[in-house]
Design a protein around this ligand. Structure first.
Ligand code: SAH
Ligand code: SF4
Length: 372
């Protein structure tokens, strides 16, 4: 289908919007459930093959709607099982999606925007600026592509993806409605059926939107803190000047209190050498983290050209972690999986405006693939 198609893309309809769509056609609720299953569980994009829908309905659907999938321009599997996809968006920019397998789970890292407006000083997405929000179809399309990569077309998919984290490109709370609809699909039993504990939204701290989020959906929360005081956080995460740490922690607690069960927030702390990785920072962080039920995830900084920052030595990371552990915090260090395809989550590069910026590496890779 052309990018300018005016047909409704059913890939991007949340469960309630799918029901409304079929209701308008005079069809019952179960049709919406059937359609969700065809698309998200069987990967079927051809209405003619949807044999449990009547002939007349199939013809009507083909006339007014379509199932338009993202265009995958690059796919790679690294030695450790990590997978990466680059998807080209209408307009030419591209986004990245990464799948990271672990012993007991498989995590997909999903993007919410092309670029990001918040300009955190250590983030390559932020350095590229903001291009646009992704649509619901483009967000859930990343899950679709990853899920379908594990099975043959038309077969019911296997449950390889157990967790989704909104930690790719972009600030998900600034693309609120589309991200909420996509997460509804991730959790719907007729689509991906993920548990609410295993769908995580990551935010750098858009406080009003965090309050709104708790009113409409129940998903797990990761907060990108990165600094234990406002002076430092103002430099690393400019949004902090608008919503300082105290307000962010209060909003995090309000959010956790709205959840149906007792759940901790994940506090993300990207460690940058000689910037936020000293023992004094660990002490300050430890005091702060007593104010919120949380697990602390330390992310060694992932260097990129001209960032001006360095990744701390392992010893410095362990020293920081050990101090927090000694204060009875729950602490993990994010392992840098998939380094051979530079794919680990939270360090996605993506390309904003492909004509000027898409790297030769991708173009070569695509050509190589098609020669095989
Ligand atoms: N905008 C959201 C989600 C996307 S970023 C947010 O900021 O939370 C996902 C995570 O990766 C964030 O915790 C972010 O701070 C981290 N991150 C960004 N750039 C990084 C880098 N160069 N090295 C390590 N972690 C990085
Ligand atoms: Fe945006 Fe998150 Fe990167 Fe900050 S860390 S610039 S909020 S994507």
């Amino acid at each position: 289908m052309s990018e300018t198609s005016e047909k409704i893309n059913l890939l991007g309809l949340s469960p309630s919007k799918m029901e409304a769509f079929f209701a308008e056609l005079g069809e019952k609720k179960f049709r919406a459930q059937q359609m969700l299953k065809w698309i998200h569980q069987f990967g079927e994009a051809d209405f003619e093959k949807m044999t449990n829908m009547g002939k007349g309905l199939r013809a009507k659907l083909a006339e007014i709607s379509e199932i338009r999938l993202p265009e995958v321009v690059y796919e790679d599997i690294s030695a450790d099982g990590t997978r990466k996809w680059v998807m080209r968006m209408p307009g030419g920019s591209s986004i990245e999606t990464v799948y990271i397998p672990e012993k007991d789970r498989g995590t997909l890292c999903v993007s919410s925007q092309i670029g990001c407006s918040l300009d955190c000083s250590f983030c390559s997405t932020g350095k590229q600026g903001f291009n646009r929000d992704l649509t619901v179809a483009e967000i859930i399309g990343q899950v679709y592509v990853a899920a379908m990569s594990f099975h043959a077309p038309g077969e019911r998919r296997e449950r390889k993806i157990t967790n989704v984290v909104m930690m790719g490109m972009g600030e998900p709370l600034l693309n609120f409605d589309n991200v909420v609809d996509a997460m509804q699909l991730m959790m719907d039993d007729n689509a991906y059926g993920l548990s609410k504990r295993r769908v995580t939204i990551s935010t750098s701290g858009v406080v009003p939107m965090l309050d709104k989020l708790g009113d409409v959906i129940d998903v797990s929360l990761a907060v990108s803190l990165h600094a234990p005081n406002d002076a430092l956080r103002d430099q690393l995460v400019p949004l902090n000047r608008k919503y300082p740490i105290k307000e962010l922690i209060a909003a995090t607690n309000r959010y956790l209190n709205k959840l149906a069960d007792r759940r901790k927030a994940t506090i993300e702390y990207t460690m940058i050498e000689n910037v936020n990785d000293s023992l004094e920072h660990a002490q300050e962080l430890s005091e702060l983290m007593k104010q919120v039920p949380c697990k602390i995830n330390l992310i060694p900084f992932n260097p990129f050209p001209n960032s001006g920052y360095k990744r701390p030595s392992n010893n410095r990371v362990y020293r920081f972690r050990d101090y927090l552990l000694s204060q009875n915090h729950i602490v993990t260090i994010r392992s840098t999986r998939g380094d051979d395809i530079d794919a680990a989550c939270g360090q996605l590069v993506g390309r904003v405006d492909d004509r000027t910026r898409r790297s030769a590496k991708y173009i070569n890779a695509v050509q190589l693939d098609s020669n095989q």
